[in-house]
Design a protein around this ligand. Structure first.
Ligand code: LLP
Length: 440
């Protein structure tokens, strides 16, 4: 098969063959649909590894050899992914017992995990300590007491960092903006709560405070947001050193780098962004006269998004004269709730395409009993689109499988990995038996 570059492609791992078939990770898509059925989540393993390496190289060059990349596994969490992340030498950010357990079963060394959440239950804390989670990112004062008590029961001194709200507006969609003072996450510098919790954290026998964490939002393209955030955080580090004598050893500046879903969005240069932040942070610590703490980044989306693609089969094509055309697929908001939730843009392409066929603007919709079950509006589709055609929704590696649901009792699609021209199942397709499995 001759694989050619195509101008419509938004990711490097997508091509169209000379006979018009879309290829992902150098594999034509129709045989995969045939083999595994649709809807189908595909992951390009080489792309995940590539993204991990770009980050690791960048942080080491930008912040020093001890800098860390903690993959935010909320973006996509299944055993095979934790194995890959482990092999690539990244740590992970986990937010629930489910993520901890999955990583544990995958053999992930949980001492390299940060445990987040704004509301860790006593059971969560106990579970995380029992599984050896390396560091808790403590959200609030109440949690300090709970972790201290449970750590004492286990006879350990638990390493913690404090989640700080730097008061930065990341200019992204509201559901993912977390750095502003009124956020549900963390303790704000502006209100004095950040200093108060730092001072309190230093008083517990069974807690070892190593530093601070922040995460201001997601799908951010502007490097200035990170420059401003790191400046505020280093200012806080400096204040805590001068005012409380606390030396911050670890500083996590979160994740959030944006990815390209549609042509009009930029492709962010991860390395250049990280190096720029590193350069500015080094200048700032020199100016303040403090040492640069060990820096961690927590990317999720930008590690896995462009490594993912979802395949669908077209069903009903409904034309309402003078209004619109609906193209229904065999998936929908159950495997991708992001348009319904955030109005997120996507690129959806026919797997086989003949550019000479005229286009019409369509709404690509799912099969759920809900009008809001839309994958994307205004998608240019060939006018001969019909039942049985395959469609590919691009850039679906982050927050798709992890946010999928069984709404309408629809089974979740499988996750199939692509590697060196071969494919293998990482997560099986849910069956109807799985759907009723917990019913009594
Ligand atoms: N660290 C923390 C503490 C976070 O809360 C998040 C994302 C990340 C790191 C990773 O951010 P990323 O690099 O993936 O942008 N469901 C939404 C995204 C929610 C993000 C939540 N936190 C979506 O589908 O867009």
């Amino acid at each position: 098969m001759i694989v050619t570059e195509n101008k419509e492609m938004i990711c490097e791992n997508l091509k169209r063959s000379s006979d018009g078939e879309l290829c992902f990770a150098d594999m034509p898509l129709s045989p995969l649909a045939e083999k595994y059925g649709t809807p189908l989540y595909l992951y390009d393993e080489a792309r995940v590894r590539h993204n991990c390496r770009v980050y690791l190289d960048a942080v080491r060059e930008g912040f020093g050899e001890d800098a860390r990349v903690m993959y935010a596994s909320k973006a996509a969490s299944f055993k095979q992914l934790y194995r890959i992340i482990k092999e690539e030498g990244l740590g992970v950010d986990v937010v629930s017992c489910g993520e901890i357990y999955t990583a544990h079963l995958a053999g992930f060394p949980l001492q390299n995990a940060y445990f987040h959440s704004n509301n860790k239950t006593d059971d969560d804390i106990d579970f995380a300590i029992s599984h050896g989670v390396g560091c808790f990112v403590v959200d609030n004062a109440e949690e300090l007491f709970a972790i201290d008590k449970i750590a004492a029961k286990h006879g350990i001194r638990q390493k913690i960092m404090l989640r700080i709200t730097p008061g930065i507006d990341p200019h992204t969609y509201a559901a993912v903006a977390t750095g502003k003072v009124d956020s549900k996450f963390g303790s704000a510098i502006e209100t004095g709560q950040a200093k108060a919790i730092t001072s309190l954290a230093l008083t517990f026998d069974n807690l070892e405070l190593t530093g601070f964490h922040c995460h201001v939002g997601s799908q951010i393209f502007d490097a200035e947001v990170y420059l401003a955030t790191s400046k505020v955080m280093l200012g806080f580090v400096n204040d805590m050193e001068r005012e409380l004598g606390f030396i911050c050893r670890d500083l996590d500046i979160g994740g959030g780098l944006g990815v390209r879903y549609i042509e009009s969005q930029p492709t962010l240069d991860i390395k250049a962004t990280v190096l720029k932040v590193g350069e500015e942070m080094k200048k700032e610590v020199a100016r303040l006269g403090i040492a640069l703490p060990r820096i961690s980044l927590e990317p999720g989306r930008s590690i896995v998004a462009d490594a993912g693609l979802t395949l669908y089969t077209v069903g009903t094509v409904k034309r309402i004269p003078g209004y619109k055309t609906y193209v229904s697929v065999d998936g929908g908001m159950t495997d991708n709730p992001r348009f319904a939730l955030y109005g997120s843009p996507y690129t959806i392409l026919p797997v086989f395409d003949d550019e000479s066929i005229p286009r019409e603007s369509c709404s690509v919709v799912g099969r759920c009993c809900e009008s809001g079950d839309i994958l994307q509006e205004n998608v240019p589709m060939p006018t001969d689109i019909e039942r049985g055609d395959l469609l590919a929704c691009l850039t679906t590696g982050a927050y798709h499988y992890s946010m999928a649901s069984n709404y309408n009792r629809i089974p979740r699609p499988p996750v199939v990995m692509l590697k060196d021209g071969e494919s293998y199942v990482a997560v099986k397709r849910e069956s109807l038996e799985d759907i009723v499995g917990l019913d009594v």
